[in-house]
Design a binder for this molecule. Structure first.
Ligand SMILES: *Cc1c(COP(=O)(O)O)cnc(C)c1O
Length: 240
């Protein structure tokens, strides 16, 4: 299967999930996660019509993004989806258009500062750990609905991040447990959506984007309200 064929298959699955959920496929951004793949692979996906690409490591992005941009310039929007150490914030701002993996107030402050120095506004999503797995990054969101102390911390950090002048806070991102059953995955996605709705009201901020769903679970994510899905293997094949 070529990358182009893979993309068509993913688009068909998106259309099916949208039909089930009575949603418009135009409302869902497909971000191709190109980690460990070459610039040539990415250009093939661009040729097949994709516009959004995501990387999870700063060094890898810094190396590949200029290679791809040389050929397609402004056509491509680059998303950072992996954990960013604060000391790498400046490099992220210089290469990426959107950071989906903002997981601390400290990182958000640094991104805002460097975006200011570069005289731009940076689009960001907040990564929330709603599943509670210790291995996951993200602002702590497990059990937010029942645990007032979790909620207080979240509201305080998100309120402060929303006030940062150079950041354009677009929404929330999460990852479901990798090998959980469908019900557990669905619960995580529904929980992120409910959290978004609660924050929107309590903090009086707009959070239109919900980034959730990967190769294993994106049809479920679409049914639960995802506006951005992040697909790697279903487009580029298995990784090493
Ligand atoms: C790798 C990765 C993806 C894509 O995962 P696939 O299973 O290859 O679709 C999505 N989001 C993040 C944050 C990732 O690191």
């Amino acid at each position: 299967m070529s990358i182009r064929d893979n993309i068509r298959r993913v688009e068909d699955c998106i259309a099916d999930a949208c039909a089930r959920a009575k949603r418009d496929p135009a409302d869902i951004a497909l971000v191709a996660i190109s980690k460990q793949k070459t610039a040539a692979d990415i250009l093939e996906a661009v040729e097949a019509g994709l516009r959004h690409f995501g990387e999870n490591r700063v060094e890898e992005g810094v190396e590949k993004i200029p290679q791809v941009n040389e050929f397609c310039g402004d056509r491509v929007v680059w998303h950072m989806v992996g954990h960013v150490q604060s000391r790498k914030a400046k490099r992220v701002v210089s290469c990426f258009d959107i950071v989906q993996s903002v997981d601390s107030l400290r990182l958000a402050r640094r991104l805002s500062r460097f975006a200011g120095e570069a005289q731009r506004r940076l689009k960001v999503f907040l990564e929330i750990n709603v599943s509670g797995e210790a291995s996951k990054y993200g602002l702590a969101g497990y059990n937010w609905c029942r645990d007032a102390s979790v909620r207080d911390c979240l509201w305080r950090d998100v309120g402060a991040i929303a006030d940062l002048p150079q950041l354009d806070l677009r929404g929330l991102m999460t990852m479901a447990p990798y090998d959980a059953d469908e019900r557990a995955v669905r619960r995580v996605f529904a929980d992120l959506r409910a959290l978004r709705d609660a924050m929107t009201v309590s903090l009086d901020i707009a959070l239109p984007e919900l980034s959730m769903g990967m190769t294993n679970d994106y049809p479920i994510a679409i049914e639960e309200g995802a506006t951005t899905i992040r697909i790697g293997r279903a487009i580029f094949g298995e990784r090493q």
